[in-house]
Design a protein around this ligand. Structure first.
Ligand code: NDP
Length: 314
């Protein structure tokens, strides 16, 4: 075997809370896990600020620092963490073949997928410039910082409605910016939003620009029917237009739903291919929290350990 090939007992793909928790458990179980961190080492939490809802941090912690702690803990326990991407997989036979950075072939007895999901963004420059300074894609993570203030949320799906309702409990007023004249969300969610007095729905509206130099100070919305614009003063701007699971490379191998979320067997992290396990946001479109991702990362490592032992691969 030359240096562009390597045998690995347990390969972990992705480095958010799910991946690192899987690495911690796998390392302690002597599975000698090798992790490829992926395009965004540390995952989505590295683009948030304070994390106040992860148990164990009484004063909260910054997202990037928390992920750094996850990594240090995994490294201390012996996980081999590598900067790089798994760019291709072949799950047709065992050991599984995974190509790292288009060059190196890893032969893995077990694979844990923890590639996460990425929030969709509007793609306007002010959204990027003010990201983390009033612009957020997670109301549950960041809504608390806007208590008593006015905020906006873009989107008309179940997530946007759920997050608008959540924000309405904390904030003075929630402006919901909906691009069509109707919701995509289920009727129940829609009615909840419509019946919440401090949510104002702006139909047929697009975000023209988020206003503010260093912090969000407002938003300019444009009515797509008559072209008129309107400025609204607010301090928080939430985007809830969906997520994309980072599962494209598994398309020909693993069962996924129509949006690309990996399907796992009930009460487990088993995918349709024995020896390949999935955890975190790549297979969870409902909860999407750091703590739930970490929990499922633990499950994946335990499932992999038991599967390896039962299949005499360990
Ligand atoms: P969805 O894809 O269902 O909805 C996305 C929303 O964002 C749509 O209303 C869409 O508008 C809007 N949108 C997309 N791009 C833009 C843009 N560029 N500008 C403005 N608006 C935009 O995503 P969700 O995250 O809401 O839901 C994902 C899945 O998870 C769904 O199946 C949902 O039912 C499910 N879910 C279920 C929950 C529950 O049951 N409690 C809670 C949360 C999610 P348009 O309608 O015009 O296309």
């Amino acid at each position: 075997m030359n240096s562009s090939e390597e045998n690995v007992e347990c390969l972990i793909i992705g480095s958010g809370p799910a991946g690192f928790t899987a690495a911690i458990y796998a390392a302690r179980a002597d599975m000698k896990p090798v992790m490829y961190e992926g395009m965004q080492p540390g995952g989505q939490l590295t683009i948030t600020t304070d994390v106040e809802n992860y148990p164990g941090y009484p004063d909260g912690i910054m997202g990037p620092e928390m992920m750094d702690n996850f990594k240090k803990q995994a490294v201390r326990l012996g996980a081999d963490i590598r900067f790089g991407m798994i760019t291709e997989v072949d799950f047709s036979s065992r050991p599984f073949k995974c190509i790292a950075d288009g060059m190196k072939t890893i032969h893995a007895k077990a694979v844990i997928i923890a590639t996460g999901a990425s929030a969709k963004w509007l793609g306007i420059p002010s959204e990027k410039r003010l990201n983390g300074s009033g612009v957020s894609a997670c109301a549950v993570c960041d809504g608390f910082f806007y208590r008593g203030q006015d905020v906006a949320i873009v989107g008309a799906g179940d997530t946007a409605c759920e997050e608008a309702s959540y924000l309405a409990k904390l904030c003075n007023k929630v402006h919901m910016i909906v691009r069509r004249d109707t919701f995509r969300a289920s009727k129940a969610m829609q009615h909840r939003v419509e019946n919440t007095p401090n949510i104002e729905i702006h139909f047929n509206s697009e975000t023209d620009e988020i206003l503010g130099d260093n912090l969000v100070e407002g938003v300019r919305i444009k009515n797509v029917v008559d072209g008129s614009t309107k400025e609204i003063k607010l301090t928080g701007f939430f985007v809830a237009i969906g997520h994309t699971p980072n599962t494209a490379i598994f398309k020909n191998w693993l069962d996924m739903d129509e949006q690309g979320y990996l399907i796992t067997k009930p009460d487990s992290t088993y995918t349709n291919i024995e020896g390949v396990f999935a955890c975190g946001d790549a297979q969870d479109k409902i909860y999407r929290q750091a703590v739930t991702a970490a929990g499922s990362g633990c499950m994946a490592a335990l499932d992999a350990e038991r599967w390896l032992a039962a299949n005499h691969h360990a």
